[in-house]
Design a binder for this molecule. Structure first.
Ligand SMILES: *Cc1c(COP(=O)(O)O)cnc(C)c1O
Length: 360
C-alpha cells in the first residue's frame, strides 16, 4: 500500500474543544465541520468533537450522515437549503437552516412542513458574502415572529477581519443594533473572534480552524493558544539519489545542487494535497530531524535533502506536517493558509478508516 496517510488524533480534537470551552464558558459550541471536517473526515472529527453542542456543515447529506452515525446535537446547514425538497427533510431531522436571502425564506414559507423548523437568520454586516441587508433585517425578523412553521430564530453574522487589525466592532455594532430589538439567541464568533474578542462569544460560538489545531491568525503560532495539531500527514522515503554539484532534480532545473547532496524521494505530491507552490526550503521532519524540500513538487512525489541525516534510508517515516512541522509553516512558505492545505486532503487521500479512533 502507498505509505501516505493522514492520521487524525482524537485526543487533540478533544483537547482543542476543551480550550474553546475554557475560553467561552457561557456559550454553546457549534463546531464547524464543513468541507469534510476541514479535510480530516467528517465522522472522524465528529467523534473527537462529540462534546460539542452542535455541528455546522454545508450539505444536507453531511447532516444526514451525522444523524445516521448517532449524533443527536444541533446540526446547522451553513448555507441553508439549496432546493425546496430539502426543507421538510431538514425539519423532520431537526437540522437547522441558515436563511440568508428572501428566496430561502419563501421556500420555507411554501414548504409543507409537519414539523416547524429552526432557522439561523444571517445578516450581512459588511463581509458581503451571505446575509440580509441590515436596512431590511429588522422588519423581516419582526415578520417572522410567531410564525407557526418557524420553531426558533437565532440571529447570526460572520466577521471578515477578526484576524486583522480592523477587528470586528465595525460589523458587531451593526449586528447589535438589529439584535438588540429582539430576544433571540445570537451567534457571531469564528475562531479568530473567539481568541481575540471575548465580547463576541454570546449564546453560540462557531469555532472551525482552531479545533483542528491550526492558527486562524497569520503569523501567530497555534501553540501560543495551547492548541494541538490534529492531522499528521506522514509518508515514507521510497528512493534515494546522490547528486553531484550542479545536478538538478525532478521537473525543470530551477534547483541545482551547490555541492554533493543526498536526496530522498518521498511518496507525496500535489495530487495528494501537498501544495505544488511549496518552494525549496519548505520544512519536513525525518529520523528525528527537521530538513526541507528541494526542487519542484511532483504530482505524487517530492524531494527532500537528507545530506546531513545519515540515518534516513528507504522506508524512513517522513512527516509532512503534524507534530513537528506545523501545517501553518508549510502554508506560509507556500503563500497560503493552513485552512487550504488541510481541506485539500479531503479531495485526494482518504483519511484511512483504521485511524478513526487511532493514535499514531
Ligand atoms: C467556516 C465558518 C466558521 C469557522 O471559521 P474558522 O475561521 O475556521 O473558525 C464560522 N462561521 C461560518 C459562517 C463559517 O462559514
Amino acid at each position: 500500500m502507498r505509505p501516505l496517510k493522514a492520521f487524525i488524533n482524537q485526543a487533540s480534537l478533544r483537547h482543542n474543544l476543551a480550550i474553546v470551552k475554557q475560553l467561552t464558558p457561557k456559550s454553546k459550541i457549534m463546531s464547524v465541520v464543513k468541507a469534510n471536517g476541514y479535510g480530516h473526515g467528517l465522522i472522524n472529527v465528529a467523534h473527537g468533537l462529540s462534546e460539542s453542542d452542535g455541528f455546522a456543515v454545508l450539505s444536507l447529506n453531511e447532516a444526514i450522515d451525522l444523524r445516521e452515525h448517532g449524533f443527536e446535537q444541533t446540526i446547522l446547514l451553513l448555507e441553508g437549503a439549496f432546493e425546496a425538497y430539502e426543507i421538510p427533510i431538514a425539519a423532520k431531522m431537526r437540522i437547522n437552516l441558515v436563511v440568508h436571502n428572501i428566496q430561502q425564506l419563501q421556500m420555507i414559507e411554501h414548504a409543507k412542513l409537519n414539523h416547524p423548523i429552526d432557522i439561523h437568520f444571517k445578516i450581512n454586516t459588511g463581509m458581503n458574502r451571505l446575509g440580509f441587508d441590515p436596512k431590511d433585517a429588522k422588519d423581516i425578523v419582526k415578520s417572522l415572529q410567531n410564525k407557526s412553521h418557524i420553531k426558533s430564530i437565532t440571529l447570526m453574522t460572520h466577521f471578515a477581519t477578526a484576524d486583522e487589525p480592523r477587528g470586528v466592532d465595525w460589523q458587531f455594532n451593526i449586528f447589535n443594533d438589529i439584535a438588540n430589538h429582539f430576544n433571540f439567541s445570537r451567534s457571531v464568533a469564528n475562531s479568530a473572534s473567539i481568541l481575540n474578542y471575548k465580547s463576541t462569544h454570546l449564546d453560540w460560538v462557531r469555532p472551525g480552524i482552531m479545533l483542528y489545531g491550526a492558527s486562524p491568525i497569520v503569523g501567530e503560532k497555534s501553540s501560543s493558544f495551547n492548541l494541538k495539531p490534529v492531522m499528521q500527514l506522514k509518508s515514507k522515503i521510497i528512493a534515494i539519489q546522490n547528486l553531484s554539484k550542479n545536478d538538478s532534480i525532478g521537473y525543470g532545473d530551477s534547483f541545482k545542487a551547490k555541492n554533493d547532496m543526498r536526496i530522498a524521494v518521498v511518496a507525496c505530491g500535489y495530487a495528494d494535497g501537498y501544495p505544488r507552490h511549496a518552494p525549496t526550503g519548505t520544512p519536513v521532519f525525518v529520523e528525528g530531524k527537521k530538513t526541507f524540500t528541494v526542487g519542484r513538487v511532483s504530482m505524487d512525489m517530492l524531494y527532500i535533502d537528507i545530506t546531513n541525516i545519515p540515518k534516513a534510508s528507504i522506508s524512513s517515516d517522513v512527516e509532512l506536517w503534524g507534530e513537528h512541522i506545523l501545517v501553518d509553516e508549510v502554508a506560509e512558505k507556500s503563500g497560503t493558509v493552513g485552512y487550504e492545505l488541510l481541506c485539500a486532503i479531503s479531495a485526494s487521500i482518504r483519511v484511512p478508516m483504521e485511524t478513526l479512533y487511532g493514535q499514531k
